[in-house]
Design a protein around this ligand. Structure first.
Ligand code: LMR
Length: 398
């Protein structure tokens, strides 16, 4: 039965974790996967999460099946966070939100629904994009192409190229956009550029699918979600996937959501009914724990402010590490202009290192980053920084 099965390649990001775990180098540093580690190199358990869980443990509940679309209070909390609790769109009942198994789950539910709705549509992702975007939409049955995004020469965004690609796309093309903290480059569009993207999406009749996995890691919760308001103001129907893996440090709980903005409450009810079929036929209904924690934190004012402070703490520390990395690289003798590292947003820096340099970082120094040159600055700390900077400087020298 399996004699013709070929060996699949390792996952470009999670596969690195396997390699990292097997590495016996005591000085190894994992800058591969997008995970925030604190100043001691530890994965944090947020205080707001621990307190919500303590409350839940004090009054333990039996675990029945959740509704197919998840915990109602969770879905409502997600909507408040993404669209603004008092927003007209929510009052009008024009958003269908379902609990999903992480942000990836949200993307997959949306992809499966779109495939049923419009199987001939193409999907456009950014060049480059999160490695899993192409694979996920391809596996959902779509042809996936890319729109220009990264401008290597100018260390920024090829915005003219991006806009031209959107303006040339046929109606109903699904355009996957990173709402904030672009993964992998760290370069985000300005509000004025977003305005032009929104206009192109509207003029061409494209379907925007916003991946918002890092809300709160760029400039702030509202600031990072501002693009959603721009899409709403244009009166568009669109998709938003949400992840709480990073913002709640709940990676292993797989807590995410998909929200679909529709034209009317009636349409919303129909779309929701279809999303539920996608979920039911994939994994029946979602798990309880992580979503209950997030719903409790977001729905309890004291815990919510604690969360906002803890998230701000992570954001500020990442920014500090960007500055410290630039300083350490300069101190290690790198003369090139590295200020671009501090202009990038979120967990990642597109370092500009090539695949050979990234492989050398791994094999010679035990420093793990993605072959694309992406490093996770959220895993840097004062202790590992000198070794990381020295290793990067060595591979840059050649
Ligand atoms: C990443 O890009 O490293 C994260 O989004 C984790 C993942 O699932 O790839």
């Amino acid at each position: 039965l399996f004699s013709a099965v070929a060996m699949a390649p390792r996952d470009p990001i999670l596969g690195l974790n396997e390699q990292f775990n097997a590495d016996t180098n005591p000085a190894k540093v994992n800058l591969g996967v997008g995970v925030y580690y604190d100043e001691n190199g530890k994965l944090p358990l947020l205080r707001c999460v621990a307190e919500a869980e303590a409350g839940m443990q004090a009054a333990p509940k039996a675990r029945g099946y959740l509704p197919i679309d998840g915990i109602a209070a969770y879905d409502k909390a997600v909507q408040g966070l993404v669209f603004g609790a008092d927003s007209d769109i929510l009052k009008a009942g024009r958003v269908a939100t379902v609990q999903a198994i992480g942000g990836t789950g949200g993307l997959k539910i949306g992809a499966d629904f779109l495939q049923k709705l419009n199987p001939a549509a193409k999907v456009l992702i950014s060049d480059p994009s999160w490695e899993n975007h192409r694979a996920l939409f391809t596996n959902a049955g779509f042809t996936v192409d890319a729109y220009p995004y990264y401008d290597a020469e100018n260390r920024g965004i090829n915005f003219a190229g991006m806009l031209a690609a959107l303006n040339a796309a046929p109606a109903r093309t699904v355009v996957v956009l990173h709402a904030c903290c672009h993964n992998p480059t760290g370069y985000d569009l300005t509000a004025a550029q977003w305005e032009q993207v929104v206009a192109a999406v509207k003029a061409r009749g494209l379907v925007a699918f916003l991946d918002m996995a890092y809300q709160g890691f760029g400039e702030g919760i509202a600031e990072d979600g501002a693009v959603i308001q721009q899409f709403l103001a244009a009166g568009l129907d669109f998709f938003v996937s949400t992840s709480f893996s990073k913002s709640f440090s709940l990676y292993g709980e797989r807590v995410g959501a998909l929200s679909v903005v529709c034209a009317s409450a009636d349409e919303t009810a129909k779309v929701l009914s279809q999303l539920k079929i996608v979920i039911r036929t994939n994994y029946s209904n979602p798990p309880t724990h992580g979503a209950q924690v997030v719903a409790t934190v977001l729905g309890t004012p004291a815990l919510r402010s604690m969360w906002e402070e803890e998230l701000a703490g992570m954001r500020v520390r990442i920014k500090a590490m960007r500055g410290a990395l630039v300083a350490a690289l300069k101190a290690a003798g790198v003369t090139a202009d590295l200020e671009f590292v501090t202009r990038q947003k979120g967990m990642f820096s597109y370092s500009g290192l090539n695949a050979a340099q990234m492989q050398r970082l791994r094999s010679e120094f035990g420093i793990y980053g993605v072959d694309s040159g992406r490093i996770c600055v959220a895993a840097l700390n004062e202790k590992n920084l000198p070794a990381v900077a020295a290793a990067m400087a060595a591979v840059m020298r050649g």
